[in-house]
Write a protein that binds this ligand. Structure first.
Ligand code: WTA
Length: 631
């Protein structure tokens, strides 16, 4: 499974294309199965029916826990670094983590959770979050983790879409200097969630919260009443492991479904090969478990691989902008995985925050979530890596389950801002808008993947047709990523960003349609159009053009109110960075908003706006340009 040289990579890649069945079968054999599979790969991309390791039986937690408890019970599985720098970090060995997961799995059962039930998890980055996730997997419940920055309404939408029976949360959360209510937000969500029968509340901040009789119970009380022995549920390879909601071009966020075996094999295979983890090393991924990176590369990939995964509760700037570097120094972190937005933000804080820190333990630096610009890549390489680390710029998506295009640390020659080469098993292709394949090097196009890999999205919860339409229809027989991409003269891939109406703000995917819906629900808003624009730190910012029924006397007050509405409906992460009030939007004669023009204006372009001849009212463009300058 483990590739150690570039030649081995080339051989593995070739085999994965020539003989994918045996390639993946050999890798899958290294895991623990209750019953072997009958067929490695089945189904097709056309109707999104891909299946892997068909007929196999297993439980991912036996691979992530029991296996390692037998071999190395006292090896650290999770190191937890609390929000307060003075508070002591906590290490959970594989034995301790196994025991806690089993105990909480029994709590789930005691509270009515059975195989196939959906459980929503809305928690801060504390060990109980990982325990809750793994306990669901232990009993075969499908977890749906909702990022702690989402609003009550967003929780309710997600809970209702998949009829969750339970929500697991905490009283509150510590994030830097702030204390954030969690249970209270869940309580607001629960007003509209008829399927939820039980809420389990773990204590974190000791904030007084309402506890409803017959519905709400305390984590700490529940675990006292059950045993620490919980045999793992027998799962089929294709039983769903989790749902994770993510934004697309249109409509409400989709529940991306990943299944058990393929996801396990691919997340562990990519973790081991991309980061080249060695026994004894400490691996620190700064993502939140509320996103796919946290699922695949804080919990499942590392734990299935028997690694030590460091989990951090707080934020990179608390108590100061040296916090990440302080954690790396104190825990002697060897592999560090973060997002370009964090790098760009920390770059701006000055040398004193990293210069006096001992970062010599580092060997691999990872980047994920958005394109990393050359300046940030070089800063990361020079100042954090001291020129001695490999940077792995890992391209992938919620839907792909694991890393798809990336260097293998210390094996693939890197190039600033390039995700470099596809991992074994991944067959990328560039196509034009008509679906014609773009051959050769030194070219640009839409990125598609032409052959299934084990952790490809299986369905969108409750609406399989939507999965087909979104990912497999534009280019029949291929998975469409919605990303633009260039392949340079060396055959290296560089992802250039989304080609659909998704904005990538600080590495978080935000659908423009969702933000527009939220804006349009604000009183007085007649219509809105949202586009992304280049932002120095966030990568992209959100720019909203809003038609309002009458121009407000106090525009700044109205802007704040509109932001409050967006926060209430989606969450603070979707707040527009800029709001421009306009009297009209550039539309074609058929009434379609010409976003291309709005994007250009948001980017600061005033002259070359392309073809505007199809516009119903070209004068509106001049007005918008003039207004944009004043903003
Ligand atoms: C973008 C995050 C450039 C891309 C794992 C993709 C990237 C979207 C990179 C998925 C990268 C992710 N370089 N762009 N290394 N990694 N992206 O679902 O546009 O939250 O489609 O998954 O992030 O975001 P998601």
């Amino acid at each position: 499974m483990r590739i150690r040289t570039f030649e081995e990579y080339q051989q593995a890649y070739k085999k994965s294309v020539d003989d994918p069945i045996n390639f993946w079968a050999e890798i899958a054999q290294e895991f623990e199965w209750k019953k072997p599979w009958i067929k490695v790969l089945d189904g097709s991309f056309e109707d999104a029916s891909t299946k892997w390791f068909v007929g196999g039986k297993l439980n991912i937690t036996e691979n992530a826990l029991d296996r390692h408890v037998r071999e190395k019970p006292h090896y650290p599985a999770i190191i937890w670094e609390p929000n307060e720098p003075g508070d002591e970090a906590i290490t959970l060995t594989y034995k301790v983590l196994h025991e806690r997961v089993c105990r909480f799995a029994n709590v789930l059962k005691k509270n009515g959770i059975q195989k196939g039930d959906r459980v929503c998890i809305y928690m801060p980055m504390i060990p109980e979050l990982a325990i809750a996730v793994l306990a669901c997997a232990r009993v075969g419940a499908i977890h749906s983790v909702v990022f702690g920055g989402f609003s009550a309404k967003s929780i309710a939408d997600r809970v209702n879409d998949s009829d969750c029976k339970m929500i697991i949360t905490t009283d509150g959360a510590f994030r830097g200097a702030k204390k954030i209510p969690m249970k209270e937000t869940v309580d607001d969500a629960l007003i509209g969630c008829p399927s939820v029968q039980r809420v389990i509340v773990a204590t974190r901040t000791r904030t007084p919260v309402s506890m409803i009789k017959g519905r709400d119970v305390w984590w700490e009380e529940e675990i006292k009443t059950v045993s620490a022995d919980c045999p793992a549920e027998v799962m089929d390879s294709e039983d769903p492991l989790f749902i994770l909601y993510t934004s697309g071009s249109t409509g409400k966020p989709k529940g991306v479904v990943h299944t058990t075996a393929g996801y396990m094999v691919y997340s562990a295979y990519t973790f081991q090969n991309v980061f080249q983890y060695e026994p004894g090393e400490v691996y620190f991924c700064t993502a939140d478990v509320g996103w796919i990176t946290g699922h695949s590369y804080i919990i499942y990939g590392p734990l299935v691989s028997g690694a030590t995964s460091l989990m951090f509760e707080g934020v990179p700037t608390y108590p100061d902008a040296g916090r990440f570097w302080d954690i790396i120094e104190r825990h002697k972190v060897n592999i560090f995985y973060t997002a370009p937005t964090a790098i760009r933000s920390l770059m701006g804080f000055g040398n004193e925050f990293w210069e006096n820190k001992d970062l010599s333990s580092l060997k691999v630096l990872g980047s994920v979530g958005e394109p990393i610009n050359e300046e940030a890549w070089n800063w990361y390489n020079t100042n954090i890596g001291k020129g001695n680390c490999t940077i792995v710029d890992t391209w992938w998506q919620t839907e792909t389950g694991g890393i798809m295009i990336s260097p293998l640390a210390n094996i693939t020659k890197t190039k600033p801002a390039f995700a470099t080469l596809p991992l074994p098993g991944i067959q990328p292709e560039l196509v034009d808008d008509k679906g014609e394949i773009i051959e050769g090097n030194g070219v640009n196009g839409n990125l598609v993947i032409k052959f299934p890999w084990p952790s490809v999205i299986r369905t969108t919860w409750g609406d399989h047709q939507r999965c087909i339409d979104t990912y497999f229809k534009a280019y029949p027989g291929k998975y469409f990523t919605s990303d633009g991409c260039m392949r340079d003269e060396d055959g290296y891939y560089r992802i250039t960003g989304r080609v659909d109406d998704v904005i990538n703000v600080s590495g978080h995917r935000i659908g423009t349609a969702e933000v527009e819906d939220a804006l349009n629900s604000h009183t007085g808003v007649i219509e809105s159009a949202v586009v992304g624009y280049p932002h120095d730190i966030k990568g992209q910012g959100i720019y909203a053009y809003i038609i309002i029924d009458h121009m407000p006397h106090d525009a700044s007050m109205t802007r704040k109110e509109i932001l409050a509405t967006v926060t209430r409906i989606i969450g603070p992460i979707a707040k527009p960075d800029k709001i421009q009030f306009v009297s009209g939007l550039p539309k074609t004669r058929s009434g379609k908003i010409m976003r291309r023009i709005l994007r250009k204006i948001a980017e600061g372009e005033t002259g070359n706006l392309g073809d505007t001849s199809t516009l119903l009212d070209p004068a509106v463009v001049d007005e918008i340009i003039a207004g944009a300058k004043e903003l």
